[in-house]
Every structure is written in structure tokens, then in C-alpha cells.
Write a protein that binds this ligand. Structure first.
Ligand code: ZN
Length: 278
């Protein structure tokens, strides 16, 4: 059983404000330790349920947050600047799925969610992101691309707002709630040890469900339509450059394609180009 774990920071228990997620903040080291601890819980649960190969993808900010020496030795760690961002390392090998399931740890609600802790989608640029007309966030777009690569998502851990969103998009995935959002810059969190217990248990359940064939790939109707509302028109100008982008509003860009990966690639490139706007 090969398990892929994408670990973000904003949805980790004990992280409730965006400042400690920035590596220049004095509390960043503590946040990185919390992130490493929750990643380890996911690894331990997967291992206990029979995972034989585990790749952890550091999926926050500059993507070199997790502490290599602190990580469970049974996993490999992918860090650094990666073209495929939060799903890097999960690309198919010889046209076959590289992993049997994916786990999302430390994830958060979509951009624009009113109460989700540090809710955003990839960067601060998007104010709302939609897939086939329904708001979704990183968990949805990442699950879409992983689904195209043949990998189902078996667990999503983060706050209560995320769990509610995931229930409609990925109903087969185990949902672990480690904190309750109190507006985007505050959360009531479980103690990290308690959160890790839940993530460890959820991870084991996810692996067992994968083995039982109970997980599904996220598939949506064609054409796949990703729409992004940006804060500023200039950001949308930049995001609309790579095909198959289409500018459909003052601050809105649409990336539509029959191939979900083509839509995702256009979206990812657009978000990155928009972040170049000063
Ligand atoms: Zn994120």
C-alpha cells in the first residue's frame, strides 16, 4: 500500500493566525514543529494499517517547513520549489498511478470562507475559487488532479469549515476536525496531542478503506470549469495569459477543458502569474 501525504500548515492544530505560518515570524519554528508532529501522526496511522511506502510532500509556502530530523523515518520527504506544488511527487509512473491513496493533513477551507481558519486558495490573490460552478479550495483542485492521476483522497484533516466543505466534495474521505474556526484569524483548537490521536486513527481508517476499495476518485462533469475571482483586475489580467484561460468578468478568469489536468494546469499557472503583480 503506497501512501502519499500532502501537508499544509494553516489547518494544523494550534495554528490559528497567519503570522506564525510565515517563516520570518518569531513563532514560525513552533508552527513548523506542530506541522511535523501532525504529519508524523498520519504516517504512524498509515504504517499501522499496513502502508509500505510513504511520501510526504511539504505543501506550505516555500515548501521546506517540515523538520527532516523530526519526521518519522519510515517516510520519504519531498521539499522545496516544485512545479506541481501541493501534488508534486504524485505524478504517474509509466502511465500507472504512483500511489494507492492520498492523505491531506493541515488543510484549510477555500478562499472567501467566512469563518474557516486562514481560509484561502493557494495564494492571497483569489477571493473565491469554483469548480464547475461550486466553490471549492485547495483540497478540491488537488483531489481533481490526483483523481486524474488515478489516486483517491482518503483523509482530509483541518478545521470544521474544511470538514463541511469536504463532506460534499469527497464524501468517501475520512474527515478529521482538529479545530473550530472563529473568523479567519482565530480558532479554538484541540491540544496538538489530541489532534494527533485523531489524525493517527483517521489515517489508519483511510488506508483500510483504500484496501477495501471504498475510496473513489474525484471526477466531475466535462468540460471541467475552474473559475477564479481575484482581488484586483491586474491579477486577473496576468492569470488570463496561459491557455485555456478566458477572462469572463472584471476580476474573474475561467480555465475550462475536457481534460481535468489541462484545466488544473491553467489554474495553477494563472494563480502563480497573478502573484507576480506588485
Ligand atoms: Zn494552503
Amino acid at each position: 500500500m503506497r501512501v502519499y501525504i500532502s501537508v499544509d500548515m494553516e489547518g494544523i492544530a494550534g495554528v490559528s493566525h497567519p503570522k506564525p505560518t510565515d517563516r520570518t515570524d518569531t513563532e514560525y519554528a513552533a508552527a513548523a514543529d506542530l506541522m511535523t508532529g501532525e504529519a508524523n501522526a498520519a504516517i504512524e496511522g498509515a504504517r499501522a494499517a499496513g502502508a509500505t511506502e510513504i511520501l510526504v510532500n511539504d505543501s506550505h509556502g516555500g515548501m521546506y517547513n517540515l523538520r527532516p530530523m523530526g519526521l518519522d523515518p519510515s517516510a520519504r520527504l519531498l521539499q522545496g520549489q516544485k512545479a506541481w506544488s501541493m501534488i508534486a511527487g504524485a505524478e504517474p509512473v509509466a502511465d500507472r498511478p504512483a500511489f494507492d491513496l492520498a492523505l491531506f493533513v493541515g488543510y484549510h477551507a477555500r478562499a472567501g470562507h467566512p469563518t474557516g481558519t486562514i481560509a484561502h486558495t493557494y495564494t492571497g490573490g483569489p477571493t473565491e475559487t469554483r469548480l464547475n460552478g461550486r466553490p471549492t479550495g485547495e483540497y478540491g483542485f488537488n483531489a481533481l488532479a490526483l483523481g486524474a492521476w488515478g489516486i483517491p483522497v482518503g483523509l482530509v484533516a483541518g478545521d470544521d469549515a474544511l470538514a463541511a466543505e469536504v463532506e460534499s466534495w469527497l464524501p468517501w474521505a475520512e474527515r478529521v476536525t482538529v479545530k473550530t474556526g472563529h473568523g479567519t484569524h482565530a480558532a479554538a483548537s484541540l491540544h496538538p496531542e489530541r489532534a494527533r490521536d485523531l489524525v493517527r486513527a483517521g489515517s489508519a481508517i483511510a488506508v483500510e478503506r483504500a484496501r477495501a476499495g471504498e475510496l473513489r476518485l474525484l471526477e466531475v462533469a466535462r468540460p471541467v470549469v475552474i473559475e477564479v475571482d481575484y482581488r484586483r483586475a491586474l491579477e486577473a489580467d496576468y492569470a488570463a495569459i496561459p491557455p485555456p484561460a478566458e477572462r469572463i468578468g472584471d476580476r474573474t478568469v475561467r480555465h475550462a477543458a475536457d481534460d481535468p489536468l489541462a484545466a488544473y494546469r491553467g489554474f495553477l499557472a494563472g494563480v502563480r502569474l497573478a502573484s507576480l503583480v506588485e
